[in-house]
Design a protein around this ligand. Structure first.
Ligand code: NAD
Length: 438
C-alpha cells in the first residue's frame, strides 16, 4: 500500500479529495433532501469573505522568506465567525474555505451563537526555530487584524497551533489595539483568560459522542478496543478519556508512524512520554505499527484525529470498527464514506463529533466578555449538555429520514441556519418547500 501522506499530497487537488468540493456536494445533497431551493445552496456554498495574506519573515540564517496565509469567514448571521488557525504544508484556499463551512455547521448543530471561520498558513512548523515560529504567528495576526476581533471573527488553535502560539497572537493583537482584548481568540493560556477545560474539550466531546453511539448500538465500552490516528491535542485527549471509560486503546499513530499493544497501551504513561516532546514512535512499551497497518486492526472504535482524506476507497475496506468517530475535520472522502456505509459502520460525523472544541471556545469567549471565570466542572457540565443534545438532534433526524448520521448532521445544521435566514427576511416562501414550512 502507498504511504498515506504521499497519497494525500498527490491527490489533494483531485475532485475526490478537495475538501471544498466535497463539502459543496454534501451541502447540495442535504439542501435538496430538506426541500430547500438552490438559492439557499448558492449562499451557503460560498464563504462571505476570504483573505489571502503574505507573511515575510527574516529567518535565523538572515534569509527573507515569504509565507502565504489565509482567513476564511463563512457566514456571520448567527454571530461572529469562529474557527482555528492551522500551520501545515498542505494548507490551501479551498481547504480553509471548506473548514470554515464545517465550522458554521458545527456551531449550528450545537446551537452556538456563532458562524464559521478558519485560517491557515502554508508552512511546516517543524522546520522553523521557535523564534521564526513566533515571528510567523505575530505577523500572520497583524496581517489579518483588519477582519478579526471579538465581535467579528475569533480564531483558535488547530493543527500545529497550541496555547503558546495563541499567547503570541493575542499579545500582538493587544499591542496593535493598545489595550487587552482577551475575547479576540480562544484556546489561549488560562493566565491570559483561557477557559479551564478548553485544552481537553475537543477530545472530551469526541468521547461523549462515542459513549452515546455505543449506547445506541448496545456496546459495553469497558469491553471495547480502540485505535487512533493522530496523537496531538485531539487524539491524545480522546485516548485519555476513552482509557478513563475503560476502553482498551491498542494502537495510536502520529505523522512519524505508530505503536500497537494487544494488551492495551498505558495511556497515562504514553501521554507523559509525548508531552515531554517525543513522537509516539519512540514509546518503548509497544510494537511498531505503520499508519497503513492501523486501518486493518480489529478494533471496535476507530478515531481518525489527524488530517483530511484518510478514510478513502483504498483504506476504508480494511476498517473493521463498528464505530468511526471523526475527531479530525474531513477525514473521510465520499468514496470512503460509501464503503463505510456498505459495511454498516456507525459514523459519528466530524461536524458533530469534534464540536466540543468550538463549544468550549464559545464558553471561553463568554467568560472573557463577562470577565468572570467558571470552575472546570461547570465548563465540563455545560459541554456535556450541549454535546448530548447535539447528538440526540442528529440521531432523531437520522431516524426520521431513515438515513445516515452525516447527512442528518448536515440537515440539522442547515435547518438551523435557514431559520436565521428566514428570521432576517433574507428568504421568502418560494425558497422554502411546504415540507420545510411544516
Ligand atoms: P495537532 O497538531 O495537535 O495534532 C495532529 C496530530 O496528527 C499529530 O499527532 C500529528 O503528528 C498527526 N498527523 C499529522 N499528519 C498525519 C498523518 N498523515 N498520519 C498520521 N498522523 C498524522 O492537531 P489537533 O488540534 O489535534 O487537530 C487534529 C484534527 O482535529 C484536525 O483535523 C483538526 O482540524 C481537528 N480539530 C481540532 C480541534 C482542536 O480543538 N484542536 C477542534 C476540532 C477539530
Amino acid at each position: 500500500m502507498m504511504n498515506i501522506r504521499d497519497k494525500v499530497e498527490a491527490d489533494i487537488t483531485t475532485h475526490n479529495k478537495n475538501p471544498y468540493k466535497i463539502v459543496k456536494e454534501l451541502l447540495k445533497d442535504s439542501i435538496t433532501e430538506l426541500g430547500l431551493s438552490d438559492n439557499i445552496y448558492n449562499i451557503l456554498k460560498k464563504p462571505m469573505r476570504v483573505l489571502e495574506v503574505s507573511i515575510p519573515i527574516r529567518m535565523d540564517n538572515g534569509e527573507l522568506r515569504n509565507f502565504t496565509g489565509y482567513r476564511s469567514q463563512h457566514l456571520d448571521i448567527l454571530g461572529p465567525t469562529k474557527g482555528g488557525i492551522r500551520f501545515h504544508p498542505q494548507v490551501n484556499a479551498d481547504e480553509v474555505k471548506a473548514l470554515s463551512i464545517w465550522m458554521s455547521l458545527k456551531s449550528a448543530i450545537l446551537d452556538l451563537p456563532l458562524g464559521g471561520g478558519k485560517g491557515g498558513v502554508i508552512v511546516d512548523p517543524s522546520e522553523l526555530s521557535e523564534r521564526e515560529l513566533e515571528e510567523l504567528s505575530r505577523t500572520y495576526i497583524r496581517k489579518i487584524t483588519p477582519i478579526i476581533g471579538p465581535q467579528k471573527d475569533i480564531p483558535a488553535p488547530d493543527v500545529n497551533t497550541n496555547p503558546e502560539v495563541m499567547g503570541w497572537m493575542i499579545d500582538e493583537y493587544d499591542k496593535l489595539r493598545g489595550f487587552n482584548v482577551p475575547g479576540m481568540l480562544t484556546g489561549k493560556p488560562v493566565i491570559l483568560g483561557g477557559s479551564l477545560g478548553r485544552l481537553e474539550a475537543t477530545g472530551r466531546g469526541v468521547v461523549i459522542t462515542i459513549r452515546e453511539a455505543a449506547r445506541v448500538l448496545g456496546m459495553n465500552l469497558s469491553e471495547c478496543t480502540a485505535s487512533l490516528q493522530g496523537f496531538g491535542n485531539v487524539g491524545s485527549m480522546t485516548a485519555k478519556f476513552l482509557h478513563e471509560l475503560g476502553v482498551k486503546v491498542v494502537a495510536v499513530t502520529d505523522a512519524n508512524g505508530g505503536i500497537y499493544s494487544k494488551e492495551g497501551l498505558n495511556i497515562p504513561e504514553l501521554l507523559e512520554f509525548v508531552q515531554a516532546g517525543n513522537s509516539v514512535v519512540g514509546y518503548p512499551h509497544a510494537s511498531p505499527l505503520s499508519n497503513d497497518e492501523l486501518f486493518g486492526l480489529p478494533v471496535d472504535i476507530f478515531v481518525p484525529a489527524a488530517i483530511e482524506n484518510q478514510i478513502t476507497k483504498d483504506t476504508a475496506p480494511y476498517i473493521k470498527a463498528k464505530i468511526v468517530a471523526e475527531a479530525a475535520n474531513g477525514p473521510t472522502t465520499p468514496e470512503g464514506d460509501r464503503i463505510l456505509e456498505e459495511n454498516n459502520v456507525f459514523v459519528i460525523p466530524d461536524i458533530l463529533c469534534n464540536a466540543g472544541g468550538v463549544t468550549v471556545s464559545y464558553f471561553e469567549w463568554v467568560q472573557n466578555a463577562m470577565n468572570y471565570y467558571w470552575k472546570e466542572e461547570e465548563v465540563n457540565q455545560k459541554l456535556e449538555e450541549r454535546m448530548v443534545t447535539g447528538f440526540e438532534n442528529v440521531l432523531k433526524m437520522r431516524n426520521e429520514q431513515n438515513g445516515r448520521m452525516r447527512k442528518a448532521a448536515y440537515m440539522v445544521g442547515i435547518s438551523h441556519i435557514v431559520k436565521a435566514f428566514k428570521a432576517r427576511g433574507w428568504i421568502k416562501t418560494p425558497d422554502l418547500s411546504r415540507n420545510y414550512l411544516n
